[in-house]
Design a protein around this ligand. Structure first.
Ligand SMILES: [Ca+2]
Ligand SMILES: [Ca+2]
Length: 500
């Protein structure tokens, strides 16, 4: 049952929609998306609900408080009439179709009913992958806008979309199909989608399409109803493993890998940190961490405001507890991450970078006794030199010991270039100085210390990961001379080597 609802047409562009990025589990349909209060949002469903549960009521009434039509509602767009229609609570939602939704109730998460399944994909030589989801666009008049949506529970790059037409000719109608760029050149479909970020429309051409995302797209003048211009959404490829002797249990070694591909763009809030990092009890990011997308890769960018020394005034900190996260601690662990200092980064005297901890995780001038705890983070120092900064039972100073990577400070982080660091720690036996501390820079061993004494008791071990980055030291001589940023990506924890 659809009722015409023209009044919203003018309002839509003024009203605020919201964050369309979803928190995806690529393996199933449990992917959710936030629905903010009092903000129009463009959505589409990411999976097929079981028979009888594909209605507005079955999908959303468990997620949103209040009465439908009063506290929340959906509207659909009629491309032929250029008007909006109310969607009835008993209407079924179509996969691949976009809808506006608004709720005046509290912010919530939208999810699909239990038993929802990924949409069936059709085998075709016209797809980027061997199969795809087909969505035929409306093209009864020139330049028709329409609302579509990501039909999948996973993200894909806009450039992986292809197209075809129903006329059996060489212009996108043959078995090869076309790229969207070719569809645009032929005058069928604009090679660009638009989503609404809550304030403005953003072009999808250079970015990825996330689950639950509703999208505007426009057919062009040359597309007639006979052409039936059709979008081909890229399926997930089941690539055979090229390795004849694959590691039997690779997942046993990789304890954790975070690449931010499913992290919502924008401010990296405490709830984002809790979602991405198991075992995090607290975090202090102070709106200084953002998820950024660049060439279809998402990563976090940490801001260090000019003059800000210490974690209160710049950077961010959070602590992962391995017992809480993985139900265990480790005697030996490898961790790795990618890091990119900003162009023209001024290192001043230095700052902290992430690393591992155990026991109380001593830092900040709390000299380790061997009976309380330890920490081994990285730092950059003057000239952006890479070091380990260690609190351990055999530390010489009140403040952490400096263990410089490479010979004669040769390992210096470059500006504006991703590099990958890897750290390995092996606990010492409590009575011996036989702990190991190693560091690899882009896969090359640059620090190798085998006389570490992290502890004098075995009541603690490698107990967690410390995301810790800020300028300092203490005092204004450590302060950044301007606003600086450092990017981080691909955090991996493993019981086996990662980059070598
Ligand atoms: Ca639901
Ligand atoms: Ca990434």
């Amino acid at each position: 049952m659809h009722k015409k609802y023209n009044i919203f047409h003018g309002l839509i562009l003024l009203l605020v929609a919201t964050n369309l990025y979803a928190n995806a589990d690529s393996n199933d349909c449990k992917v959710t998306t936030p629905l903010n209060s009092n903000q129009w949002q463009l959505i589409g469903i990411p999976c097929k609900a079981p028979a009888g549960t594909n209605t507005v009521e079955a999908i959303f009434s468990d997620d949103i408080d209040g009465d439908y039509g009063v506290d929340w509602k959906l509207i659909s767009y009629n491309s032929e009439k250029n008007s909006y229609d109310d969607v009835d609570i008993q209407d079924e939602l179509q996969i691949g179709t976009g809808y506006w939704i608004i709720s005046f109730s509290d912010q919530t998460l939208l999810d699909m009913p239990a038993g929802s399944q990924p949409v069936t994909q059709k085998k075709s030589t016209q797809c980027t992958q061997s199969s795809c989801f087909e969505k035929t666009l409306i093209s009864n008049s020139s330049n028709q806008s329409q609302l579509i949506s990501n039909p999948f529970h996973y993200s894909f790059s806009w450039s992986a979309l292809r197209g075809k037409t129903a006329l059996n000719d060489s212009t996108c109608g043959d078995t090869a199909g076309c790229t969207l760029e070719e569809m645009q050149t032929a005058g069928f479909v604009e090679n660009q989608g638009w989503y609404y970020d809550g304030k403005k429309y953003i072009s999808l051409k250079e970015t990825e399409v996330s689950p639950w995302m509703g999208i505007w797209i426009r057919t062009l003048d040359a597309a007639s109803s006979a052409h039936k211009p059709t979008l081909l959404f890229p399926g997930l490829e089941n690539t055979p493993n090229p390795n004849p002797n694959p590691n039997p249990n690779p997942s046993d070694q990789r304890i954790f890998h975070l690449n931010f591909s499913q992290s919502p763009l924008g401010n990296y809030t405490h709830s984002d940190i809790k979602r991405d990092w198991p075992g995090v009890r607290w975090s202090e990011a102070f709106d200084r961490v953002k998820v950024v997308n660049e060439s279809n890769n998402r990563f976090i960018r940490v801001n260090y405001p000019k003059g800000g020394v210490g974690p209160e005034n710049g950077g961010a900190i959070w602590k992962v507890d391995f017992s809480d996260a993985f139900g265990t601690t480790y005697n030996e662990l490898y961790i790795s991450y990618k890091i990119r200092f900003a162009k023209n980064f001024n290192p001043v005297k230095g700052g902290k970078l992430p690393g591992l901890w155990g026991g109380d995780g001593n830092t900040n001038g709390k000299k380790a006794t061997g009976y309380d705890g330890w920490s081994a983070r990285m730092m950059w120092r003057a000239k952006t030199t890479a070091i380990f900064y260690v609190y351990s039972a055999n530390m010489k100073n009140t403040w952490g010991d400096v263990n410089t990577w490479g010979k004669d400070e040769t390992i210096q982080f470059p500006a504006n270039e991703w590099v990958q660091v890897e750290q390995r720690i092996v606990m010492n036996s409590p009575s011996d100085n036989n702990g190991i501390l190693q560091g690899w820079y882009n896969g090359v061993l640059e620090l190798d210390k085998r006389d570490m004494r992290y502890r004098k008791v075995n009541s603690f071990a490698i107990d967690g990961f410390y995301f810790s980055t800020f300028f300092g030291g203490e005092g204004s001589q450590w302060a950044p001379t301007r606003n600086e940023t450092i990017d981080f990506d691909d955090f991996i924890f493993s019981t086996e080597p990662i980059t070598h």
